[in-house]
Design a protein around this ligand. Structure first.
Ligand code: SF4
Length: 325
């Protein structure tokens, strides 16, 4: 039997909600199949008050074995490093996080906030929030860059706003089966099998991206959202167009730009506009593409775009204002 403790810091609880959306298996099937005992979870457990405090003290004193400590949200250090903005079971949550991380076999950061600081840690960061082992791009965060859990692994990050339930279940099942090693993690301590490709993999707008056919306004199925409408899918590591949300869709499939929520620099506060330099080239280029190559290739691509991509597939009928010809 493996034990899990899930705590929440500076968070909206979205990762818990996402986890509860898991299907095949759902969370109860998952817990029962792997013989997991959830010691406590803020939304799923009945215990409160003294009982939770006693449980946490027993974990810290190692009277109860803790296999996986999952933390959702930021570690809140404010005001002035005291952590008192986020009290829990009689103490600043940061103190529990510090002590529990030392005794857990594995420490998992679920969501972008716990991984990198996410929304709460954005400037001006009034709550003095930080991620468990990263503060944005910088390694360190709350636990420090040298932190290792009892199984000699750094914090395992499952970023996303929220993380997809299948990413959480996959990561946890690898941990439970003792199959997760350091080689399985990328430089931001994310599972490579989940975070090795960009959001663009599987995006149905990819052909428009290739021929540089830009979507100019929202609400159309045709055109790529990268060139004008802020899509970060070409440089964000996530499988959102491969492991679909609710098993059927993704942001870019419904016409919303990728916000880059699995990355350390999320959020950028500029979700719907592509920032460009003076020559009109996007400031952030697709992963691995140089500025020179981008300029050359995009001119060729645009000039050779097939007509069926440039003209709308379905014309808008002016007088009726709908999308049927
Ligand atoms: S930039 Fe965005 S919309 Fe365009 S192909 Fe990539 S993921 Fe899809």
């Amino acid at each position: 039997m493996k034990t899990i403790l899930w705590l929440q810091g500076g968070a909206c609880g979205g990762n818990t909600l996402s986890f509860l959306n898991a299907e095949n298996p759902d969370v109860l099937e998952f817990f029962s199949y792997y013989d997991v005992k959830v010691l406590w979870h803020p939304s799923l457990s009945l215990e409160s008050g003294d009982k939770v405090r006693e449980l946490l003290n027993n974990i810290v004193d190692m009277k109860i074995n803790l296999d996986i400590f999952i933390f959702e949200g930021t570690v809140v250090l404010g005001p002035n490093g005291s952590g008192k903005f986020n009290m829990f079971a009689g103490r600043p949550m940061k103190d529990w996080v510090n002590e529990i991380s030392k005794v857990a076999n594995y420490v998992v950061a679920v969501g972008d906030c716990a991984s990198f600081g996410g929304v709460p840690a954005s400037e001006p960061n009034p709550t003095e929030s930080t991620g468990l082992q990263f503060h944005k791009k910088e390694k360190g965060g709350f636990l420090g860059k040298d932190f290792r859990s009892r199984k000699n692994l750094p914090v395992i990050n499952i970023p996303g706003c929220p993380a997809h339930p299948e990413w959480i279940i996959t990561t946890l099942s690898m941990i439970i089966n003792d199959k997760l090693t350091e080689e399985d993690l990328d430089e931001y301590q994310r599972l490579k099998i989940i975070y090795s490709t960009t959001t663009q993999f599987g995006c149905p707008r990819n052909i428009y991206f290739s021929y540089k056919v830009a979507l100019k306004e929202f609400g159309h199925r045709e055109g790529c959202l990268y060139f004008d409408l802020g899509c970060k899918g070409s440089y964000t590591k996530s499988p959102c167009n491969v492991i679909l949300w609710n098993k059927q869709s993704s942001k870019t499939r419904v016409g919303t730009p990728c916000f880059g929520c699995t990355e350390f620099d999320f959020p950028t506060f500029n979700f719907f506009v592509t920032e460009k330099n003076r020559s009109g080239i996007p400031k952030r280029l697709p992963l691995g593409v140089s500025r020179g190559a981008y300029t050359t290739l995009s001119a060729v691509a645009r000039a050779s775009a097939p007509e069926f991509l440039v003209k709308p597939l379905i014309k808008k009928k002016e007088d009726r204002g709908n999308w049927l010809e």
